[in-house]
Design a protein around this ligand. Sequence first.
Ligand code: 7TS
Length: 420
Amino acid sequence: MAPTPKPQTSGQPLDVQRIRADFPILRQRVHGDRPLVYLDNAATSQKPQAVIDALTTYYTEYNANVHRALHYLGERATAGYEAVRGIIARFIGAPEDGVVIFTRGTTESINLVARTWGPDQVQAGDTIIATGMEHHSNLVPWQMLCQERGAKLKLVPVNDDGTLDLTAYTEYLTDRTRLVAVTHVSNVLGTVNPVREMAQRAHAVGARVLVDAAQSVPYMPVNVADLEADFFVFSGHKCGGPTGAGVCWARRELAEAMPPFMGGGEMIERVHDDHATWAEVPYKFEAGTPSIADVIALGAALEYLEGIGMEAIHAYEQKLTAYAIGALARLPGVRVFGKAPERGGAVSFDVAGLHPHDLSQYVDQQGIAIRAGHLCAQPLMRRLGVPAVSRASLAYYNTTGEIDALVAAIGKAQHFFGHG
Ligand code: 7TS
């Protein structure tokens, strides 16, 4: 099969029409004959042809289990799978002293840290700090750990503009703080948090830092070394990759000291009748047959993004987000949440008198996919004083025309439901 050409060279401004041609799903018409407008990218991204091809090529040419088969297919699968660790390390600017552990996604990565690093490191009376804008997956595992260990979980409050209250954060930090778990970019407010500054303050009191990069890796250039993260986690499916493959990057010394996550095949060094010893990192954390094709296709997804250039993606999405916020805010009765100066492409809003579920169903009939609900951020919903929001979340393959279509559909919904 001929390799899919990279869409364009890094460093050039982004040519959105050319990029859209790489996404077969976007050519679809839905609900009769309406062009599909996909604005639910924070939930999951669409996949370029290069990623679909990587999956197909794996299954048609070299499907085999990894790390065990001494035959042609097994060696090719293992080489393809292992090569992705290097692609990921390069993509996230990982320092040398770290390990890339494959997981199913952000949620599994955070649970891995909570279940393996947590019990040894968190004692009764210790504190974990998260924030009031975390996705449940960066909150519930810490609640569970704190309950088990008799530790305390503190949430950094969210200011009215959607930024974090860093004064409160600094006050919360003590020599009993074991971990700071913070989202790099909020999936609700779009806020880009000052992770490096937070990490430096955390390290000054001896705490570790876990960065939930689920929304930042697809959106902006990231550099784990600059952010000074100890753990850095994200999901491949939000970056153009398939579901089923994600990443937990960890500092090597921490990973080496952590016990295994799950027991089983491939995570052992030697198995005796009544006990076993563990393989080296990262294999110690990867029991059983992994999602081989998905990991390989995640590598293809990151190379695809590199081909466009994360700088170009970031610049384009910033402009698109500003356009979307401006257009939505001009609609009567529409309130946009999150006014942080540095902001990602998740645009949550409220339409006076219209329930988010009614709105999202209505716009869906026009062919437009947005998300409605608490967005797995119930503490933040309480802070915003709403049970749910509507959210348009943008990607580099979206256009201003698609935002205009959303704005028009909201206007029609207001009219339809009698609030226009
Ligand atoms: N962290 C953040 C910041 C997220 O936005 C999400 C998913 C997760 C963690 C969990 O990722 P997973 O791949 O393990 O499920 N966010 C969303 C969303 O905003 N809408 O649907 C999923």
